[in-house]
Design a binder for this molecule. Structure first.
Ligand code: TMP
Length: 210
């Protein structure tokens, strides 16, 4: 019997308003046309339990949320999602397209909330072992423009209610990681929808040919 080739793990990152979601759907359609088995999912979330944790994390509340409590909730959701959904799918040879993953934790809980990289890295290894994305598309754009787009969508969640400077720290961290982590590819998300779509397709085509 031939050995199953593991699927690829592709994540989509960036500050709010970068257009990740619509591009994930386009990448799925593109990959399926190439004969790939593909699932899409998101973090926090992706399973019923993890989606409940997402609701808890995103709901605005009067009580101040402790940074460590937030971090542990993010990784609790991730443990459930990773072990019951992502890992089995990859093992079956399915491509997993995930709207945010642990790079978002380095950005939001690390750069945004000020938690240490070492703490996040420890939890990352505890939950995921040595699994990291094969490819991460970073949808980068001016924070003000992204927030304007996101805030035009309606009621703000607990993260979207943060000051602009919080998102500036997050963008800076993502751009730093784009330079240091070889699995990153940068997408200029301030370009037109058509240009962004074409850039994403070029990146995926290049990745497929590797
Ligand atoms: P979304 O609006 O892009 O779906 O993401 C939900 C929010 O969760 C977004 O504001 C970023 C935040 N988040 C974290 O703070 N840490 C994480 O590890 C992840 C995956 C998301």
């Amino acid at each position: 019997m031939s050995k199953q080739v593991p699927g690829k793990f592709v994540t989509f990152e960036g500050v709010e308003g970068g257009g990740k979601s619509s591009n994930i759907a386009a990448v799925k359609t593109f990959l399926e046309a190439q004969g790939k088995q593909v699932v899409t999912t998101r973090e926090p979330g992706g399973t019923p339990l993890a989606e409940e944790i997402r609701t808890t994390l995103l709901r605005p509340r009067d009580e101040p949320v402790d940074e460590m409590a937030e971090l542990l909730l993010v990784f609790a959701a991730r443990a459930q999602h990773f072990n019951t959904f992502i890992k089995p799918a990859l093992a079956k040879g399915t491509w997993v397209l995930c709207d945010r993953f642990t790079d978002a934790t380095y950005a939001y809980q690390g750069a945004g909330r000020g938690l240490s990289v070492d703490t996040i890295a420890t939890l990352e290894t505890l939950v995921q072992g040595d699994v990291r994305p094969d490819l991460t598309l970073l949808f980068d754009l001016d924070v003000g423009l992204g927030l304007e787009r996101a805030r035009g969508r309606g009621a703000l969640d607990r993260f979207e209610q943060q000051e602009q400077v919080f998102f500036e720290r997050i963008r800076t961290l993502y751009l730093q990681r784009a330079h240091t982590e070889s699995y990153y590819r940068l997408v200029d998300a301030s370009a037109s929808i058509e240009t962004v779509r074409a850039d994403v397709q070029t990146i995926i085509t290049q990745f497929l040919s590797c």
